[in-house]
Write a protein that binds this ligand. Structure first.
Ligand SMILES: NC(=O)c1ccc[n+]([C@@H]2O[C@H](COP(=O)([O-])OP(=O)(O)OC[C@H]3O[C@@H](n4cnc5c(N)ncnc54)[C@H](OP(=O)(O)O)[C@@H]3O)[C@@H](O)[C@H]2O)c1
Length: 272
């Protein structure tokens, strides 16, 4: 899909670097098909050394030579980056943003009319190719543009397409979600230590159990409730544990966490 096309990544930090690594590992583009612009010289040298990609300090140069441009700088740097590249971007180029809270309108207003824009929200497991990315298309973006963006983000995990006004909810669930999962891993391992396991053993048991359960759901056809019922025998150990989780309102607590993070994302977005 990207054959013969050049991809420009503006901001080669944690997320930009993860996308570069994913695209190369999955052979979406050869190293010569990537150009990375980053303000940080050390970062540029590191990217050149690790991935063999060409780098530049000029956002404009990267935007000019690429047909697909991924904007991967922090949200507070987006206005500067868009000012740098606006003269180099026309309708022939696809713009993909990963900046949290930056709307398609914010980007469109700073580029020439008719710019093809896709806004995305990845999460940190993208760094190891297990990310979850939601994508929303701007008015001028085509079906092929969305397919191209999904092709790129599928290299670092899974993708779903949403409407832009659902991005705050995505942020509240999969964007902030890794932190919720880390707390669950830590708390389950605390339980194991409390019951006499070593910390290392307890952490491995907790993390692999969450990963295994998630994979069992993702690889099969069964609802999580059915999978839970399959390991819950009458009068057994699991139902005794579940009773305590329900007493602690775990479901309502997780729902409220997603709601709180969604509302916070909305509030931060309205300040921009
Ligand atoms: N990390 C996450 O969990 C996550 C999840 C979803 C979305 N995102 C989004 O991903 C984006 C990148 O986050 P990150 O964690 O990868 O950030 P990061 O590691 O700080 O990477 C950003 C890179 O861009 C460089 N940069 C800053 N200003 C620039 C400019 N004007 N022109 C060119 N390069 C510039 C930075 O250099 P300096 O270090 O010198 O500033 C840095 O190397 C953010 O917008 C964030 O909202 C992140």
């Amino acid at each position: 899909m990207l054959k013969g096309k050049k991809v420009g990544v503006i901001g080669g930090g944690k997320m930009g670097g993860a996308l570069i690594g994913g695209m190369l590992a999955r052979h979406l583009v050869p190293a010569e098909g990537l150009i990375v612009a980053d303000a940080d010289q050390k970062q540029r040298e590191e990217l050149k050394k690790t991935h063999g990609v060409s780098t530049t300090e000029s956002n404009r140069v990267a935007a000019k030579s690429a047909q697909v441009i991924i904007l991967a700088v922090k949200p507070q740097n987006m206005a500067d980056v868009l000012a740098d590249i606006s003269g180099a971007v026309d309708k022939s180029k696809l713009i993909i943003s990963i900046a949290a809270g930056i709307t398609i309108q914010f980007i469109a207003e700073r580029l020439k009319q008719g710019a093809r824009i896709i806004r995305t929200m990845p999460n940190t497991p993208a760094i190891i190719g297990e990310g979850m990315t939601a994508l929303a298309a701007g008015q001028a973006a085509t079906k092929d543009d969305m397919a191209m963006a999904q092709h790129i983000f599928n290299a670092v995990g899974k993708t779903v397409v949403v409407k832009e006004d659902q991005m705050d909810a995505v942020t509240g669930l999969s964007g902030s979600g890794p932190a919720y999962a880390f707390i669950m891993i830590e708390a389950l391992s605390d339980g194991g230590v409390h019951m006499g396991l070593s910390r290392d053993t307890a952490l491995t048991l907790a993390a692999q159990t969450l990963q295994g359960a998630a994979k069992l759901f993702l690889c099969g056809e069964k609802h999580p409730g059915q999978l839970k019922d399959m390991v819950t025998s009458p009068g057994g150990t699991t139902i005794a544990g579940i009773r305590v989780l329900e007493d602690g309102k775990i479901r309502g607590t997780l729902m409220a966490a997603v709601e709180a993070a969604t509302m916070r994302s909305k509030a931060l977005g309205s300040q921009k």
